[in-house]
Structures are given as structure tokens and as C-alpha cells.
Design a protein around this ligand. Structure first.
Ligand code: DOR
Ligand code: ZN
Length: 379
């Protein structure tokens, strides 16, 4: 399966299907409890209008990242953003945005507590300052946030972590592993009751650490980190559409992530990290990090689970482990994946934040995928 272009049928499939669908003929459809996306960037303004429907047509709920410019640091800003998201979603999809607070060095614990009490904040997001897109206002020193962590631990509000150190002397491919050793492990020791999600894990070290920690630590895994290794960025030239942060690592790490995602372990669940950037912002001298995978995310995950002979575990990963970790009910409705080869469009038309016409390049652009999400609004 490895790097793009993606084959219509993953190379390593052993053909196994869920028990209910077992038989000589592959199932024509798969029905899944409707999934949630536990990590997505919906942006704002015209770009929000362009991308929110892709998430809402598949997922019932999504944890919405707060790294807007300026970031979402108050209850009022989150309420207003939630309204803009709701307005950008077509009627009838029943989508619920779950809002997050962007942690800064100076954020008041009382604001987080109030946001949770008022049903606005579902989690807090910790970006180490300057780790990624719109993270300049992030946290410069975890030690400054001990009162915040004490509050989160007490009220049970999950802490979502972009787990990379930012020190320029640390090799970019080592930044996640070093963050775990230097910051995450001590943080969990200091706050043993803190509920933490290590977001978009990219390494075998992260998967091992999450597996061996207590039940209060979980991780999200993106579709792109399950499909590509770092070679994808350099195949025949520089390919910015495969650049994201944390950056994809070696093949052995991709394999460790596939093993974790398809293991059935409830500590690992779906979080797309779909992060759209206008094409000209990706194809630039200093291109933005982020992969726009929302339009075909569930199809993308399904390919990986199928290749591993673990389609039967997709529903738990996509629709059960996340809500159980967050203490939310499972969704009652379902989605259907139809076994029907289709080509992912090479470009998706959108308007950028300033309203200027642009295009987005979706993950799997131009590839033929074997599954297609049935139209949720079809009669
Ligand atoms: O690749 C990424 N893009 N990683 C992040 O952490 C942020 C995201 C974005 O907002 O574009
Ligand atoms: Zn993200």
C-alpha cells in the first residue's frame, strides 16, 4: 500500500471480512455505526464553507481544532465559532461540532472550567509554541501551566496534545519521541488523573508509550499516517501534498501505526487531522503543513483495515473507542460504505480565507478507491 499513487486494492489484503459478511463473494456494502472525527481543522470564513460539509456528511461529531487566527481562547469565541460551523453545514446532516480551547501561557483555568460547565468546551488543545500552523500563541513552557493541568485533572476535561518538541537542534523526525520522553511522561507522572489524547501519533515509540500507559492516555491516528511513509514527500520530486506535522516517518513507524489502529485496543481511535490549505499555500517556497483528507477519510481508513484483514475492527476504531474515552454516548445511526471503485478528484474548488477562488488537493487525489460513502441525504 505504502505511498501514492494508491492502488485500487491494497497489495497486502488477505481478503478477510467481518464475520457477518464472510463468504466467497466480498460484501457489496458495509454498514457502520456513524463515526466521529476526534481531530479536525475546519478553518473559518469561505474555507470553512468549503470544507465543513465533507466532514459533516460522514461524521456525527468532530473535535474542532482551535488554531484559528486569532486562536479560540475564550468561551465566547468558541460559541461564535460553533455557530459559524453550524451555519456552514447543510441541513439534515445532524452534525455536532465539539469545541476546544487553545491553551496559551496565560489562559485562566476558570475560563476552561466555565467553558466545560456551560457545555462549550469538550477539550483543551496544547500546541507547543511554534510547533505548527497558527501555534505562535501556544505554550512556551509546560511548567507555567500547572494550575491549568490541576484544573483539567479535577474537572475531567481532556487535554489534547500536539506532541512535538520545537527545539531546532532536535531532528524533525525525532521530535515526537523526544516530546514523550521530556514532557509527556513527566506530565503524566505529575498529574496521574489527567485525561490526555496524544494527537496524530506518527511513531512506534508513541504507540508503545500509549499502549503501556494508564487508561487515561489515548491517541488518535490519521488516515495519511496509515498510508504514507516519509518517502511520499520526495517521490520523484518535492511533493507538498504529503507534508504535514508531525511529519510522516519511516516505514517501520507506519507499520506500527497500522498495527495499533487495527489492533482493537480502545486506546487508539479515529482522528483525521484533516487540515486544508489553499493549493498556493502548499506549493510555495515555505509551504504549509497539512493534508486535506476529510472528503474520503472513512474510505481511506477502510482500505487500511481491509488490507490488514481487520474490517471487522473498523467500527470500534471509528465509532466506539473515541466516545468511550470522552465519556459520550455512541451514535445511534449508521453510515454505509458501498464497494464501488471511484476516482478521487485531483482538485476541489474552494475559496480561500479572503474569499478568493482557489483549489484544495485532497488526500488520494487522482487515485481509484474501492469504497464510496453512500450519500447520507439520499432517500
Ligand atoms: O499538518 C498539520 N496541519 N499539523 C498541525 O498540527 C496543524 C495543521 C494545520 O492547522 O494546518
Ligand atoms: Zn491537527
Amino acid at each position: 500500500m505504502a505511498v501514492a499513487p494508491f492502488p485500487a486494492e491494497p497489495a497486502r489484503t488477505n481478503g478477510a471480512l467481518p464475520d457477518a459478511n464472510a463468504g466467497a463473494e466480498p460484501a457489496r456494502t458495509i454498514s457502520l455505526r456513524r463515526p466521529d472525527d476526534w481531530h479536525v481543522h475546519l478553518r473559518d470564513g469561505p474555507l470553512l464553507q468549503a470544507v465543513a460539509p465533507a466532514t459533516a456528511r460522514c461524521f456525527a461529531r468532530a473535535i474542532v481544532m482551535p488554531n484559528l487566527s486569532p486562536p479560540i481562547t475564550t468561551v465566547a469565541a468558541a460559541v461564535a465559532y460553533r455557530e459559524r460551523i453550524r451555519a456552514a453545514v447543510p441541513d439534515g446532516l445532524g452534525f455536532t461540532p465539539l469545541m476546544t480551547a487553545y491553551l496559551t501561557d496565560t489562559i485562566a483555568p476558570a475560563e476552561l472550567e466555565r467553558g466545560q460547565a456551560e457545555g462549550v468546551f469538550s477539550a483543551c488543545k496544547l500546541y507547543p509554541a511554534n510547533a505548527t500552523t497558527n501555534s505562535a500563541a501556544g505554550v512556551s513552557d509546560l511548567a507555567r501551566l500547572s494550575a491549568v493541568f490541576e484544573t483539567l485533572e479535577r474537572i475531567g476535561l481532556p487535554l489534547l496534545i500536539h506532541g512535538e518538541v520545537t527545539d531546532s537542534e532536535i531532528d524533525i523526525f525525532d521530535r515526537e519521541a523526544v516530546f514523550i520522553e521530556r514532557h509527556l511522561e513527566p506530565l503524566l507522572r505529575r498529574h496521574p488523573g489527567l485525561k490526555v489524547v496524544l494527537e496524530h501519533i506518527t511513531t512506534a515509540e508513541a504507540a508503545d508509550f500509549v499502549r503501556s500507559a494508564g487508561a487515561n492516555l489515548a491517541a488518535t491516528i490519521t488516515p495519511h499516517h496509515l498510508h504514507i511513509n516519509r518517502n511520499a514527500m520526495f517521490r520523484g520530486g518535492l511533493r507538498p501534498d504529503f507534508y504535514c506535522l508531525p511529519v510522516a516517518k519511516r516505514e517501520r513507524h507506519r507499520l506500527a501505526l497500522v498495527a495499533a489502529a487495527t489492533s482493537g485496543n480502545p486506546k487508539f481511535f479515529l482522528g483525521t487531522d484533516s487540515a486544508p490549505h489553499p493549493r498556493q499555500a502548499k506549493e510555495a517556497a515555505c509551504g504549509c503543513a497539512g493534508i486535506y483528507n476529510a472528503p474520503f477519510a472513512i474510505e481511506s481508513y477502510a482500505m487500511v483495515f481491509k488490507a490488514e484483514g481487520q474490517l471487522g475492527r473498523l467500527e470500534a476504531f471509528a465509532s466506539e473507542h473515541g466516545p468511550r474515552f470522552y465519556g459520550l454516548p455512541l451514535n445511534g445511526d449508521s453510515i454505509t460504505l458501498v464497494r464501488e471503485a471511484h476516482t478521487v478528484p485531483p482538485r476541489i474548488h474552494a475559496n480561500d480565507a479572503a474569499g478568493v477562488a482557489t483549489t484544495l488537493v485532497p488526500f488520494h487525489a487522482g487515485a481509484v478507491l474501492p469504497w464510496r460513502l453512500a450519500d447520507p441525504l439520499a432517500p
